[in-house]
Design a binder for this molecule. Structure first.
Ligand code: GTP
Ligand code: MG
Length: 198
């Protein structure tokens, strides 16, 4: 894939991502009656870099053409939404799903069913309609919804475990699993206090 092809490829993904970012911002200040309790703590977003797209295609044993990138990757556009509580995630996802021009391509609820390592997050791939002069096409945007505590855990796990084979692996795995549960409990108790405030 040449640089020029890469920029042509990502253009509609950038547009689709911007549309979702705007909708999330609107939901953030309209989700609850009291604007002091906005559900979103922060949002980050990225377009997958050329090298990272090519590496993933190689891993999938397909060609590194623009066409295969479009066919085999659903995370070229990615948004991470950090909320305060799990209930905020549920509320935002419900609101987003009600937007009738968007489609849900794939959903993974690692909050109801955490991964064996303790990873918790809600992943959804949304199809965003992009209109051209002569038609329309859905472009996928991956959204990861996490609470602050889920994001803290995932950032540490990524930093410490990703591509690492530490000598005390079993001990570390157990610690991460335990911390995931502790963080969930902490968050739930903060939620109780927060409900008593409002
Ligand atoms: P990918 O090929 O990576 O997209 O995996 P997938 O198609 O099985 O998607 P999944 O929804 O399971 O994971 C996608 C993304 O979620 C990853 O790229 C990470 O950003 C994040 N993620 C998934 N599992 C973990 C995990 O165990 N730890 C951390 N830190 N992040 C994870
Ligand atoms: Mg991914």
């Amino acid at each position: 894939m040449t640089d020029e092809q890469y920029y042509t490829l990502i253009h509609p993904y950038q547009d689709a991502m911007n549309l979702i970012l705007t909708r999330l911002k609107i939901l953030n200040h309209t989700a609850y009656e009291n604007e002091d309790f906005q559900p979103i703590h922060s949002i980050t977003n990225r377009i997958k870099e050329k090298e990272s797209i090519e590496n993933k295609l190689v891993k999938k044993r397909v060609s590194t053409s623009m066409q295969d990138a479009k066919s085999f990757l659903q995370d070229i556009a990615g948004i991470r939404v950090i909320c305060f509580f799990e209930k905020d995630i549920r509320h935002l996802v419900e609101c987003l799903k009600k937007q009738s021009d968007l489609i849900v391509i794939k959903e993974k609820d690692y909050i109801t069913a955490p991964k064996p390592n303790g990873y918790r997050s809600y992943h959804v791939i949304i199809g965003v309609p992009i209109y051209y002069m002569d038609g329309m096409e859905y472009y996928p945007v991956e959204i990861q919804f996490r609470t602050i505590s889920m994001d803290f855990w995932a950032a540490m796990e990524h930093r410490i475990c990703y591509k690492n084979q530490p000598f005390n692996e079993l001990e570390m795995k157990n610690a991460f699993l335990q911390y995931s549960e502790i963080l969930e409990k902490m968050e739930k108790s903060f939620e109780v206090y927060s409900e008593n405030c409002s």
